[in-house]
Design a binder for this molecule. Structure first.
Ligand SMILES: [Zn+2]
Ligand SMILES: [Zn+2]
Length: 341
């Protein structure tokens, strides 16, 4: 079979590999869609300390069961989690699976979905990490359940709800999912912010925020749009310390700020006016991936139409063109790129 394997930074090869065989407690799937995201572009450029090469990449996975076990039979349509909690540590036992210190990942510790066939590790099945794709949901859409699950975790932690004014900074695929999810959770107004005017325009044309804002003075623009109050929730969906600092300045009293996107490892320090946090009773939250339960619920949100994703999938490419797909993502020219091995 054909796979796309990471060897070293800058070196991902589409090459032949033996088809996987299901070990004890495992299933194998015929991968139908594996979507790409900024993480793949980052791995391609810099590698990742959890990846021992050569490794088949790809972590936004949907396909058909080939070899089943337990409730899974050949032909079943399934979506697979990306982040694998251990299920046994103190955090996992308290239901905090997104911060499991023993977390492993598909495409990092295990071969991922940029392949015609893939084995689903027993550890994934043990934590209910395989979800049945509801009728009417395509494989491409189902593969977007993984990033949507991460977005869902972020908005739960930031308590996005009825009547909130929400600002989303960063108009990539994650930003677009944040806009749609905030709407489905009852946000009053949603403002989308980006420094890249072209990308902002493309994203705004799809997800229709109440306002699309760019430029040097985004804080002032958001304050103006919110009658001087600021936003109840500000979500930074960009690897930008400057955006995080702006987020703190545009939050309303008792506002919640989600540092959804991480910062570069070599530059993770920002300046924070602690008195803003103190007097305005701000809450700053992080977000680290998603739990198996978030994946199941994200798939439900796609299936029942709460968060449509079909129109966010702008590129569908065969496995041979995975490098082109990652390049398109890196250049910010696409919303969602999905690979169809
Ligand atoms: Zn991803
Ligand atoms: Zn754990």
């Amino acid at each position: 079979m054909k796979v796309a394997r990471f060897h070293t930074p800058g070196d991902i090869r589409v090459e032949e590999a033996p088809e996987p065989v299901a070990g004890p407690g495992e299933i194998t799937i015929r991968v139908r869609n594996c979507s790409t995201c900024g993480t793949d572009a980052k791995i391609y450029r810099h590698g990742h300390h959890h990846i021992r090469p050569p490794r088949v990449m790809g972590h936004e996975i949907a396909g058909e069961v080939v070899e089943g076990t337990g409730p899974w039979a050949p032909g079943d349509r399934v979506q697979v989690i990306a982040a694998i909690p251990c299920g046994e540590c103190r955090e996992c036992r308290r239901g905090r699976m997104t911060v499991c210190p023993n977390q492993e990942s598909m495409g990092y510790h295990y071969d991922g979905g940029f392949a015609e066939y893939m084995a689903v590790p027993a550890k994934v099945l043990a934590v209910d990490g395989v979800n049945r794709i509801p009728d009417g949901v395509g494989f491409a859409e189902a593969s977007v359940a993984e990033p949507l699950a991460c977005v869902l975790n972020g908005q739960e932690l930031a308590r996005v709800g009825e009547g909130d004014d929400v600002v989303v900074m960063g108009s990539g695929p994650i930003g677009c999912l944040h806009v749609r999810l905030a709407r489905s959770r009852g946000a009053a107004r949603v403002v989308l912010v980006d420094i890249n005017a072209g990308r902002l325009e493309m994203a705004a044309g799809l997800v229709h925020p109440d306002a699309a804002v760019h430029g040097e003075d985004v804080v002032e623009q958001v304050l103006k749009l919110t009658e001087g109050r600021g936003a109840d929730v500000v979500i930074t969906a960009a690897a930008s310390g400057a955006a995080q600092e702006q987020a703190l300045r545009m939050a309303a009293r008792q506002g919640r700020i989600s540092f959804f996107g991480g910062l570069p490892k070599d530059d993770p320090i920002i300046r924070c006016d602690s008195n803003l946090v103190h007097y305005r009773e701000l809450t700053i939250v992080g977000a680290n991936g998603s739990s198996p339960a978030h994946n199941a619920r994200a798939l439900g949100l796609i299936a029942d139409g709460s968060v449509p994703v079909t129109d966010l999938i702008t590129h569908r490419l065969p496995l041979e063109e995975v490098l082109e797909g990652i390049a398109v993502v890196g250049r910010g020219e696409a919303i969602k790129v999905t690979i169809e091995p």
